[in-house]
Design a protein around this ligand. Structure first.
Ligand code: TXA
Ligand code: MG
Length: 315
């Protein structure tokens, strides 16, 4: 049976996770599907529940910087970013320390580890109750739309997981920004819920693009976050048979991500809007969204949702 825990039940959810169970929980970005990062069996069950290709490494969630620094050798630039932006929607990739006991299945055999300290109070409460690293990809079946409500989690995963902690809607709404480090400096592996501009301002340097062919971040599988409906970006007008996912002051939107053109509001609404419109139409047109601030992450997710699907996927 899949449990639906409320905010007061975090201790029960933590016990289920510590016993090897899969527990979905809210973060400020999206709901994560948590598993004990020290347990190969729990991680194997996590990949199976998501239907995820096991070569895709997971983000480990910890309660604070001290716990992160115990797992990875964080370079100086990572420490500065952590200091400024943790807890928050930022993931840092750095070399794994020896002897941590982290499941190599969770890391897909890589010598590096992706670490995040989420700010959401229920995520913090869960991590403190568990006391060790929690591996947590977004709590959706692989390739499907990410969940920003407990109900989205249950649509995809009921019967496959121990339960979900219900924290209502996720305030940021798109996954964390992932930053790695190479000899050039900081590398943007995935645009996400922390806009690139404040990161560049803090570092006093631009974020470098990920090298083609390197181990980059998410949904490197080009088709990802895929609704069943076909999606057309930068739509100046609506064609027959389409519904409009609007942005800014446009007429005839079936749903408007932000009538005032605010990218933060749009990010918070994005996945819930895709979940909703997906049930209503075969074709979704999306208004143009400026590619700055959180617009970077929104356009990245829309591009993947619009990408042609391999046969058998996205259906
Ligand atoms: O906001 C988020 O980041 C959410 C919430 C639940 O925290 N989590 C999330 O996890 O989006 P997931 O598994 O869907 O995305 C993790 C991405 C993977 O696609 C992977 O490519 C990248 O992080 N990643 C993990 N370890 C990495 C590593 N060592 N090097 C490069 N990328 C890595
Ligand atoms: Mg995901």
């Amino acid at each position: 049976m899949t449990r639906h825990w409320l905010a007061g039940d975090v201790a029960a959810a933590a016990a289920a996770l510590t016993a090897g169970g899969l527990v979905a929980f809210p973060t400020e970005t999206v709901y994560g599907l948590g598993a004990d990062a020290l347990s190969d069996r729990a991680i194997a069950a996590l990949y199976a529940a998501k239907g995820r290709p096991s070569f895709n490494p997971l983000i480990l969630h910890v309660a604070d910087l001290a716990a992160a620094a115990a797992l990875a050798d964080l370079p100086e630039a990572a420490l500065r970013l952590a200091d400024a932006f943790w807890p928050g929607p930022l993931t840092l990739v750095a070399p794994l320390r020896a002897g941590t006991g982290v499941s190599s299945l969770a890391l897909a055999g890589l010598p590096t580890v992706a670490l995040r300290v989420p700010a959401h109070p229920l995520a913090q409460a869960l991590l403190r109750a568990v006391g060790g690293p929690v591996a947590a990809p977004s709590a959706n079946r692989s390739g499907k739309i990410s969940p920003t409500r407990a109900a989205h989690v249950l649509v995809g995963l009921a019967g496959r997981i121990a339960g979900v902690i219900d924290g209502g809607a996720c305030p940021v709404g798109v996954e964390s920004t992932i930053i790695g480090f190479d000899p050039r400096g900081a590398v943007l592996l995935r645009p996400g819920g922390l806009a690139p501009e404040p990161i560049e301002a803090l570092l006093g340097d631009r974020l470098h693009p990920a090298e083609a062919g390197a181990i980059t971040a998410p949904g490197q599988l080009t088709s990802h976050y895929a609704p069943r409906a076909a999606l057309r970006m930068n739509a100046a007008q609506v064609e027959p048979g389409e519904v409009l996912l609007g942005f800014g002051p446009v007429a005839n939107a079936t749903f408007n991500l932000s009538p005032t053109g605010d990218a933060e509001e749009a990010a918070a609404n994005l996945f819930a809007a895709l979940h909703m419109l997906d049930g209503q139409a075969a074709r979704i047109a999306v208004s143009p969204i400026p590619d700055t601030g959180l617009g970077r992450a929104i356009n990245d997710r829309l591009r993947r949702a619009a990408a042609p699907r391999p046969a058998g996927e996205g259906t």
